[in-house]
Design a protein around this ligand. Structure first.
Ligand code: PAF
Length: 500
C-alpha cells in the first residue's frame, strides 16, 4: 500500500441513489487529474448482515447502478463476486475487530458484528484498490468514524472524506432501503427527520432535547424506536452535557424496514483558533483558509497593532495606569472586510490598515500587548466577537485564553530563519526598508522571547493544538492541510464548504 495513487474510491453496496451520486461528484471534484479517476465498487457484503437481516432481499440492480454511477461522473464501476473478495469463503477469512468503545452505542449496540463486517470488507477493498482517498457518506456516521479510526490505527496511507447526508424532496435521508417503504409508510417515516431537525433547531435557542418525549412522539407516529441516543460525535459515547457539538442519532423500524438518521446538535457555529509566532505565515494562510470555508476572519494581532498605533500617536505613557485606562475606555475598534482579503482596520475613526504594519508598530507591539489592561480589554472584545462562532481567529493566545473551547486549535510555526526570509519579503512588498536577514532573525527571536515569557497569556501551544511547521510548505499546502484538519472536527453537514 505504499505507492502513490490518484484513485478516488467510493465503496457501495449498490442500490445507487442521489446520496451515492454526491459521493461520486465529491470524488471527481477532489481529483487532481481531469477527468479524475473515480472508482465505485458494488458489493453486498455478507459479513455485515445479521442472520435475520435483509442480505438476500438487499436491492441488486447492476444495470441501474452502472447508469447512475456513469451519469454522476464515475470512471469505472467494479462489482466483484463474493469469491473475489473472500476466496476462502466469508467466514474462513481473517476479520477485523472494531474496539468495543466505538461500537457499544448506536447501531453497534443493536447489530452485533455489523461493524466488524464493515471494517473487514473495507480493509479488503482498500488492499485490492489502493486508492488515495476513500469517500464515505456522513449518513452512516458511526461507520464513517469507525473507518476513520481503522485507517489511522493501522497507518494506512488513505485519506477519508465524509460527504453530507443527502435528503429526498420530503426530507427523508436517502437510503437504498427507502425503496422497501410503501407510500403510507414513507409518510410515517418522515416523523424521524422532522423530530431530529426540530431538536437541532431547539438547541440553537438553548432548549435541551428531551429524548423520552422525542421517542414517544416517534412511536405515536407509528415507528418502532430501536434507539435514540445523544453521543459525542467522535468518541461515540453518550453525553449529557451541552457541549458545542453533539450527535442525536436514531434507528427506527417502519414496518419491516430499518431506517437510521441523525442530526448534529450545535450550540453555536464552529470556532478555529490559530496561534503561533510572528512570521510563520499565519495571516496569509488564515485569510485563505477562512475564505475557503466561508468563516469570518478575526486577526487579533491587528487589534494589538491598532492599539499600539494609537498609544504611540497619542503619546500614552504605559507606566501611567490612568493614561492607559483612559485610552482603553474610549477605544472604538472596527474590522471591515475589503476586496483583496486584507481587512480594513479602523481605530477611533482612523483607518490604520497600512499604518499598523509599519516597522515602528512592529517594534512596539509586543510591549503593548504584554500590558495586562490591554490584554484584558482586547480579550473581552474578541470573546464577544466570537459569541456565535463561525469564525477563525489568529493570534498568540487564541486557543489558550480567548477561545479555549475552539473545535480546532492549530499552532502554526516555522524556523526563525524561514520566518526572517518571509518577513523580508513582506517588508519589501509593502515598500519598507529591509534590514539584513541576520538582524531580522535576531528581532524575531527577541520577540518570541518577550511573547513566550510575558505573565499574561504568553505565546504557548495549547495542549490540544495540532502543530504545523510550515518550512518548505507553500500557502496552498498549508491551507489544504488546515481544511483537512477542520473536516476531521467539523462534519460537512454542520459547516458545508461553500461552492465558489
Ligand atoms: O456504506 C456502505 O454501503 C457499506 O457499509 C460499505 C462501506 C460499502 C461496506 O460494505
Amino acid at each position: 500500500m505504499q505507492q502513490k495513487s490518484d484513485l478516488n474510491f467510493v465503496p457501495t453496496m449498490g442500490g445507487l441513489h442521489k446520496g451515492h451520486c454526491q459521493l461520486i461528484k465529491a470524488a471527481q471534484k477532489f481529483s487532481t487529474t481531469k477527468p479524475g479517476v473515480v472508482l465505485v465498487s458494488v458489493f453486498v457484503n455478507p459479513l455485515q448482515f445479521g442472520p435475520n437481516e435483509d442480505f438476500q432481499a438487499y436491492p441488486r440492480d447492476l444495470e441501474h447502478d452502472c447508469e447512475v454511477a456513469s451519469n454522476c461522473g464515475a470512471n469505472a464501476l467494479w462489482a466483484p463476486s463474493i469469491d473475489e473478495i473472500f476466496p476462502k469463503g466469508p467466514n474462513a477469512h481473517f476479520k477485523v475487530q472494531v474496539p468495543p468503545t466505538l461500537q457499544a452505542h448506536l447501531c453497534g449496540g443493536k447489530r452485533a458484528g455489523h461493524f466488524d463486517g464493515v471494517a473487514t470488507v473495507v480493509l479488503r477493498l482498500l488492499n485490492l484498490t489502493k486508492p488515495q482517498v476513500l469517500f464515505l457518506g456522513e449518513k452512516d456516521w458511526q461507520q464513517f468514524i469507525i473507518l476513520r479510526h481503522l485507517l489511522k490505527d493501522l497507518d494506512l496511507p488513505v485519506k477519508v472524506l465524509g460527504v453530507a447526508t443527502v435528503r429526498d424532496f420530503d426530507g427523508l435521508a436517502m437510503s437504498s432501503r427507502n425503496q422497501y417503504l410503501s407510500q403510507d409508510q414513507r409518510k410515517k417515516a418522515l416523523a424521524l427527520p422532522r423530530q431530529l431537525a426540530s431538536a437541532a433547531n431547539g438547541i440553537k435557542k438553548g432548549e435541551i432535547p428531551n429524548l423520552e418525549k422525542i421517542k414517544s412522539y416517534l412511536m405515536q407516529s407509528g415507528l418502532e424506536v430501536e434507539y435514540l441516543e445523544k453521543v459525542d460525535p467522535f468518541h461515540l459515547q453518550p453525553t449529557e452535557t451541552n457541549q458545542p457539538l453533539s450527535l442525536l442519532a436514531a434507528s427506527v423500524r417502519c414496518g419491516r424496514t430499518r431506517l437510521i438518521d441523525h442530526a448534529f446538535l450545535m450550540t453555536r457555529k464552529p470556532i478555529v483558533a490559530i496561534d503561533g509566532p510572528a512570521g510563520a505565515g499565519k495571516s496569509t494562510v488564515t485569510k485563505n483558509f477562512a475564505r475557503r470555508l466561508g468563516l469570518l476572519y478575526l486577526d487579533t494581532g491587528a487589534m494589538y497593532r491598532a492599539v499600539t498605533w494609537l498609544i504611540k500617536k497619542e503619546g500614552v505613557n504605559l507606566q501611567e495606569p490612568s493614561e492607559l485606562f483612559k485610552a482603553l475606555n474610549s477605544l472604538k475598534l472596527e474590522f471591515l472586510p475589503s476586496k483583496n482579503l486584507e481587512q480594513e482596520v479602523t481605530i477611533n475613526g482612523y483607518n490604520v490598515t497600512e499604518a499598523i504594519r509599519s516597522p515602528d508598530v512592529t517594534a512596539a507591539v509586543s510591549l503593548v500587548a504584554a500590558q495586562p489592561p490591554v490584554r484584558k480589554a482586547l480579550t473581552e472584545q474578541q470573546k464577544a466577537m466570537g459569541i456565535d462562532g463561525g469564525l477563525v481567529a489568529e493570534g498568540r493566545d487564541i486557543g489558550t485564553a480567548v477561545f479555549p473551547g475552539a473545535e480546532l486549535k492549530i499552532f502554526l510555526t516555522a524556523s526563525p530563519a524561514e520566518r526572517a526570509r518571509r518577513r523580508a519579503n513582506d517588508l519589501r512588498e509593502r515598500g519598507f526598508r529591509v534590514p539584513s536577514l541576520t538582524t531580522l532573525e535576531e528581532q524575531i527571536k527577541e520577540r518570541d522571547q518577550i511573547d513566550s515569557t510575558r505573565q499574561i497569556a504568553p505565546l504557548t501551544r495549547a495542549d490540544d493544538a495540532s502543530e504545523i511547521v510550515t518550512d518548505g510548505m507553500d500557502i496552498e499546502e498549508v491551507v489544504q492541510l488546515l481544511v483537512e484538519l477542520f473536516r476531521n472536527r467539523i462534519p460537512e453537514e454542520v459547516w458545508p464548504t461553500p461552492s465558489n
